[in-house]
Ligand binder design. Structure first.
Ligand code: ADP
Ligand code: ADP
Ligand code: MG
Length: 669
C-alpha cells in the first residue's frame, strides 16, 4: 500500500480523499494556489505544497509542477479527484513516467473514452445502444445539412472533447443549423482547444441515468447500480439520487451488464461511470464514460456501504477487487444536492465573496462533503461547487424528508448560493412524485422561482416560527425593562393568549399563541388551524430555530429585524411582518404605501419604558410639544408631537415597555 499520496485537487473533493487516506493510514500532500492558502483541505492534509498563482492554468493544471511536488514530498501515488487533470491522458502518462501511480484508469483507457466520438464508436463496436446520430467529423455546411436531415430534428450538436455541459446546442430546425454550428464550434474551440463537433438526435424529456463501475487489473468488473441525475441546469447536474424511480430491477441489471461490457472493451481499470440517457419508453442509450471519480459518488456509497475512494486506492495499488457482483447489495435511498456559489434568480450566474458565517446541517443520515468554512474566500478562479449535502433514508420519502431538513438548516452567509433553490426543487410535487426529466428545472421554475404556489402547511409553519420568535423577543425586552420602573407595582399575571396578524408578501394570516405560562409548549392557531408546538430554550443570537410542530421536528433559518423576520424554510423565502391586532388596525393604511409617513400618530422612536404621559385625552397639542417621557439606556427623554391637533387616543401608560415604531398616541388633525 502507498505510504503517501498527493491530491492534485482542491475543495470538497480534496477533503473527501484525505478522509479516506487518514482512515487507511496513508499520509497526504495537498497542493494549493495563492487563492487557497487557508482552505480547510490544506490544513487537513499532513503536508502541503504551494504550486502557483490562482488561475488554474498556473497551478492546478500545471502538470510538471504537480509531479515535481509529488516526487519532492516522497509520494507513491497521485489522486486527481474530478475536473482539472483527472481525465487528461498526458498527465496520467507523466505521473506514470515519473515512477508514480496515477489513481485512475490506464492512459489507454482515458484516451479511448475521453473523446466522445471515439468512445461512441467503441460502444457501437461493443454492441451497446447509442443515441442515433452521426459521429464522423463534419466539414462543409452542405454536408452537415444532409447529415442533420438523416439524424432528424430536434438534434443536439456536441463537442467531441466536451465536458461539464459546455458547447452543446439544441437545434430545432434546419434554419437554426448554421448559426448553432458556428456558436458550438466557437465555444468548443475556446473551451477545449479543439473544434470537432458531432450530432445526436435530441431525446425529448429524457432521464439521465448512469452506472458506477469498479474494475481491477485482473479483468474483474462489477457495477454498483445506478444514479439518476436528471435534475440539471445548463446540462449540469444539481440533484442526484440512487436508486432511480425509473429503473426496475431488470433494467438495472441490463444497464449494469452493458456498462461492464463497455469497461471490459476499453480495458478499463479503477472506478468509472458510464452515462446513459433513458427515453420515455425506457430505452437507454450510451452517452459517455467518465474516467474518474464522479462528483455524485457519495449517493452510491450511502446505499452500498462502500468507500469508493478506498477502492480506487486499493485497485491502483494492484489489489484484486474483494467484491463480486453478488456481494454488492443496495440498502435504502440516497439523494445529493450540489451546493454552488451561484444565483438561481439571476440565470445561475456564479457568485463570489467571503463566507462570513457558516453552519452545516448535522443529524442522523446527513452527510455534508464540503471544502469551506467561515472565512473562506470564494473566487472566480475555480468551480462554483462549495459542498454537497447527501442524505440517506429507508425509502425515497424518508430520504427526501431528510434532505429538506438538512437544507433547511444549512446556513451560509456572505454570498448567494443555491441552497434554497435546491430545497424548492426537492419540495416540488413533481419531484416528490419522482416525475423527473432533464427539462425539470425549465418546466417547473421561472427565474429560479417555482411555478407552484408554496404549500399552505409550509406557510403555516413559517407563520408559527415568525410569531413565536417575535413574541418571545418582545416579551423578553419588556421583562428586561420592568426593573427600571419604579411605577410598576408587583408583577401582573402573564397573559396566556396572544393574537397577532402576520403579513408575508400580499398574504395575511391570523395567528393566536396560547402559551403555557412560560413553558415551552404552545398551541398556535393559524387561520383557525391549531398546531401543537414545542419550542427549544430560545437562543436569540442563533440564526437557526428548531421547532417541533405536531410532533415533527422542523428547522428554520431566520433573520430578525424590527417588525420583520426573514425566514427560509422548504425552499420558500418569506419576509414576515408581525403585528398585534391593534398595531395592525392602526398601521393598515400606512402599510398600503410605506413611503407615506402618517402625521396623525405618535410613534415611539426607540425601545424603552414610558415614565410619564404629559397630556390628557382630547387636549390640543402643537407640533414639537413634548407629549410622552420615556426612559431607555438609563437616559430619560421626551417624545414630541409630529403635528398640530387634538389627542384622540392614548395607547400607552406609565410603566409600559415599548418598542421602536410602536404607536403611542393618535390625533384628530
Ligand atoms: P460529474 O458531475 O458527473 O462528475 P461533470 O461533467 O459535472 O461530471 O464534471 C465534474 C466536474 O469537473 C465539474 O466541476 C465540471 O465543471 C468539471 N469538468 C468536467 N469536465 C471538464 C473539462 N473538460 N474541463 C474542465 N472542467 C471540467
Ligand atoms: P458532458 O460531458 O457535458 O457531461 P454529456 O454527453 O454527458 O456531456 O451530456 C450532458 C447532459 O446533456 C446530459 O445529462 C443530458 O441532460 C444532455 N444530453 C446529452 N445528450 C443528449 C441527447 N442526445 N438528447 C437529450 N439530452 C442530451
Ligand atoms: Mg456527462
Amino acid at each position: 500500500m502507498f505510504h503517501k499520496i498527493l491530491i492534485a485537487n482542491r475543495g470538497e473533493i480534496a477533503v473527501r480523499i484525505i478522509g479516506t487516506c487518514k482512515r487507511m493510514g496513508i499520509k497526504t500532500v495537498a497542493v494549493y494556489s495563492e487563492a487557497d492558502f487557508r482552505s480547510p483541505y490544506v490544513e487537513l492534509a499532513d503536508e502541503s505544497a504551494f504550486i502557483g498563482a490562482a488561475p488554474a492554468r498556473e497551478s492546478f493544471l500545471d502538470q510538471e509542477k504537480i509531479v515535481e511536488m509529488a516526487l519532492k514530498h516522497g509520494c507513491g501515488a497521485v489522486h486527481p479527484g474530478y475536473g482539472f487533470l483527472s481525465e487528461n491522458p498526458d498527465f496520467a502518462r507523466m505521473v506514470h513516467n515519473a515512477g508514480l501511480v496515477f489513481i485512475g484508469p490506464p492512459v489507454s483507457a482515458i484516451t479511448a473514452l475521453g473523446d466522445k466520438m471515439a468512445s461512441k464508436e467503441l460502444a457501437i463496436r461493443a454492441g451497446i445502444p447509442v443515441v442515433p446520430g452521426h459521429s464522423t467529423p463534419m466539414c462543409d455546411l452542405e454536408s452537415v445539412v444532409g447529415i442533420a436531415e438523416r439524424v432528424g430534428f430536434p438534434l443536439l450538436l456536441k463537442p467531441a472533447a466536451g465536458g461539464g455541459g459546455r458547447g452543446m446546442r439544441v437545434v430545432a430546425s434546419e434554419e437554426e443549423l448554421p448559426a448553432a454550428l458556428e456558436a458550438c464550434r466557437e465555444e468548443t474551440r475556446k473551451s477545449f482547444g479543439d473544434d470537432r463537433i458531432f450530432m445526436e438526435r435530441y431525446i425529448t424529456k429524457p432521464r439521465h441515468v448512469e452506472i458506477q463501475i469498479l474494475a481491477d487489473d485482473y479483468g474483474n468488473v462489477i457495477h454498483l447500480g445506478e444514479r439518476e441525475c436528471s435534475i440539471q441546469r445548463r446540462y449540469q447536474k444539481v440533484i442526484e439520487e440512487t436508486p432511480s424511480v425509473a429503473v426496475s430491477h431488470e433494467l438495472r441489471s441490463k444497464m449494469g451488464d452493458v456498462a461492464c461490457v463497455l469497461a471490459k472493451a476499453a480495458r478499463y481499470v479503477n472506478a468509472g461511470t458510464v452515462e446513459f440517457i433513458v427515453d420515455q419508453d425506457q430505452n437507454f442509450y450510451f452517452l459517455e464514460m467518465n474516467t474518474r471519480l464522479q462528483v455524485e459518488h457519495p449517493v452510491t456509497e450511502l446505499v452500498t456501504d462502500l468507500d469508493l475512494v478506498e477502492h480506487q486506492i486499493k485497485i491502483a495499488a494492484g489489489e484484486r477487487l474483494a467484491l463480486r457482483q453478488e456481494d454488492v447489495c443496495f440498502k435504502g435511498w440516497a439523494i445529493e444536492a450540489r451546493i454552488c456559489a451561484e444565483d438561481p434568480y439571476r440565470g445561475f450566474l456564479p457568485t463570489t465573496g467571503m463566507i462570513t458565517r457558516y453552519a452545516e446541517p448535522r443529524g442522523k443520515h446527513i452527510r455534508v462533503d464540503s471544502g469551506i468554512a467561515a472565512g473562506s474566500l470564494i473566487t472566480i478562479y475555480y468551480d462554483s461547487l462549495l459542498a454537497k449535502v447527501v442524505v440517506w433514508g429507508k425509502h425515497r420519502e424518508e430520504a427526501v424528508a431528510n434532505l429538506v431538513r438538512a437544507l433547511n438548516g444549512y446556513h451560509i452567509e456572505g454570498l448567494t448560493t443555491n441552497v434554497d433553490f435546491c430545497n424548492a426543487i426537492v419540495n416540488h410535487p413533481a419531484f416528490i412524485r419522482g416525475d423527473l426529466s432533464t427539462d425539470f428545472i425549465d418546466e417547473h421554475f421561472v427565474d429560479g422561482e417555482s411555478k407552484e404556489p408554496p404549500a399552505v402547511e409550509h406557510m403555516h409553519c413559517m407563520v408559527i416560527a415568525a410569531c413565536l420568535v417575535f413574541h418571545t423577543r418582545r416579551a423578553l425586552v419588556k421583562r428586561s425593562l420592568k426593573p427600571m420602573s419604579p411605577l410598576v407595582g408587583g408583577t401582573p399575571a402573564p397573559q396566556r393568549i396572544h393574537d397577532y396578524v402576520v403579513r408575508v408578501n400580499a398574504t395575511v394570516f391570523k395567528a393566536q399563541l396560547d402559551g403555557d405560562q412560560g413553558g415551552r409548549r404552545w398551541i398556535v392557531t393559524v387561520d383557525d388551524k391549531p398546531y401543537e408546538v414545542l419550542t427549544p430554550e430560545f437562543e436569540y443570537y442563533r440564526r437557526r430555530l428548531n421547532l417541533k410542530i405536531n410532533g415533527q421536528s422542523h428547522m428554520f433559518r431566520l433573520q430578525y429585524q424590527d417588525h420583520h423576520i426573514k425566514a427560509f424554510f422548504c425552499g420558500i423565502l418569506g419576509i414576515f411582518e408581525v403585528y398585534t391586532p391593534r398595531e395592525w388596525e392602526l398601521n393598515r393604511f400606512m402599510l398600503a404605501d410605506k413611503k407615506v409617513v402618517p402625521e396623525n400618530v405618535l410613534k415611539c422612536p426607540m425601545p424603552g419604558l414610558i415614565t410619564a404621559i404629559c397630556v390628557d385625552k382630547d387636549a390640543y397639542v402643537r407640533r414639537g410639544q413634548e407629549l410622552v417621557r420615556m426612559e431607555s439606556m438609563k437616559m430619560e427623554s421626551g417624545v414630541a408631537s409630529p403635528c398640530d391637533g387634538q389627542v384622540e387616543k392614548i395607547l400607552v401608560q406609565p410603566g409600559q415597555a415599548v418598542e421602536t415604531d410602536e404607536v403611542l398616541m393618535t390625533f384628530k388633525l
